[in-house]
Design a protein around this ligand. Structure first.
Ligand SMILES: NC(=O)c1ccc[n+]([C@@H]2O[C@H](COP(=O)([O-])OP(=O)(O)OC[C@H]3O[C@@H](n4cnc5c(N)ncnc54)[C@H](OP(=O)(O)O)[C@@H]3O)[C@@H](O)[C@H]2O)c1
Length: 149
């Protein structure tokens, strides 16, 4: 499966590496540092590449949104069509120090982040996942993810 990673930091980078190692075609995107994306693709292995966000999404069936909530509206206005795609979001509405309620949505809607993504991409299949999985767990060799019991 082709998976576009939008936001290739702790979460997007970690999940992308796991999926690439599991045989999926992962495309890393959305960083202020293109070198970081390239290094990530190299670390993820043969299946992983780098592209700009819109191109990465166009050629993928699955889109992993792993950005800060404050960037959500801007990113969603720039992604192009998400029609027919599976869109996974791990975006938390909490502040980085875990205080406060859902914040940062320019619309001030009283909906969850996943509901907001679905509103902005009505023809995508939006899935909220990994929100309560710390990036350290995803990166850890001792994690249970992806292993047979
Ligand atoms: N970390 C966790 O354990 C964890 C667990 C569950 C959910 N989450 C949620 O997952 C989402 C991603 O968290 P994360 O820890 O992966 O964050 P992160 O490491 O900061 O990754 C954010 C990504 O967005 C990119 N980005 C591009 N333009 C940006 C801009 N203008 N400002 C800020 N970032 C920009 C960053 O790129 P560059 O920095 O390379 O430029 C980076 O690749 C958040 O919504 C968080 O609440 C995190």
């Amino acid at each position: 499966m082709k998976i576009a990673i939008v936001g290739s930091g702790n979460m997007g980078g970690g999940l992308g590496k796991l999926w690439a190692k599991a045989g999926h075609e992962v495309v890393f995107s959305y960083s202020r540092n293109p070198d970081k994306l390239q290094q990530l693709a190299v670390a993820a292995g043969n299946q992983a590449t780098v592209d700009n966000m819109k191109e990465a999404i166009e050629k993928s069936q699955v889109v992993m949104l792993a950005i800060g909530v404050s960037a959500l509206e801007e990113v969603m206005s720039a992604v192009g069509s998400l029609d027919g795609k599976i869109v996974i979001t791990c975006i938390s509405g909490l502040q980085p120090d875990f205080t406060g309620q859902t914040i940062g949505l320019a619309t001030n809607l009283k909906v969850s982040v996943a509901e907001r993504v679905q509103q902005l991409a009505p023809n995508a299949a939006v899935v909220e996942a990994f929100n309560i999985t710390f990036a350290d767990i995803i990166a850890s060799e001792s994690r249970g993810l992806g292993r047979s019991p």
